[in-house]
Design a binder for this molecule. Sequence first.
Ligand SMILES: Cc1cc2nc3c(=O)[nH]c(=O)nc-3n(C[C@H](O)[C@H](O)[C@H](O)COP(=O)(O)O)c2cc1C
Length: 169
Amino acid sequence: MASILVTCYSRTGKTRILADSIGKGAKEVAGVEVDVLQFNRVTASDLVRYDGVILGSPVYFGGVAAELKEFIDSTTFVRGKLSGKIGAAFTTSGDRTGGKETAILSIVQAMLIHGMVVVGDPISPESKNEEHNGGHYGLAADGQLTEADLRHAEYFGRYVATIVARMFN
Ligand SMILES: Cc1cc2nc3c(=O)[nH]c(=O)nc-3n(C[C@H](O)[C@H](O)[C@H](O)COP(=O)(O)O)c2cc1C
């Protein structure tokens, strides 16, 4: 059975809500086990056990939170062991133009350096007519989370999980 870890740093809970919705969507996909774990319970060596890793952070000054960066830096100890796994990223910001893409890209950059295969957030046929249409490089939401944001996060979880199931079962 293929497996996915969803985790994120979250200080005030918004990014964590997205993580839960991503996990909910991913769990709907047959053939994939999904763990949505508290950030402080995850170590770099845990990542090695999963076929897919979906990692999130709030935007802090246009980048990721220092806590998430510290976690990314700790993955240097598992360098070479994440190669070929699926990776995907998500973020929340306060402002509409708050730096979501730069934050996502810094997570994706680390994944690529590990040799992971990164999955983006394409325009979903399910949410085509909604306000949330796909965050391009990863899942992104700003301001107060809406029902559309959560529906799209579930779609994103299903999308990534479908690819993990196809590649690892
Ligand atoms: C230190 C700090 C820096 C922040 N920098 C930005 C920023 O550059 N752009 C932005 O839109 N929001 C910024 N925010 C707001 C957070 O990104 C936003 O509230 C986020 O959704 C919080 O996520 P959380 O509830 O998971 O902690 C910042 C917040 C903090 C505490």
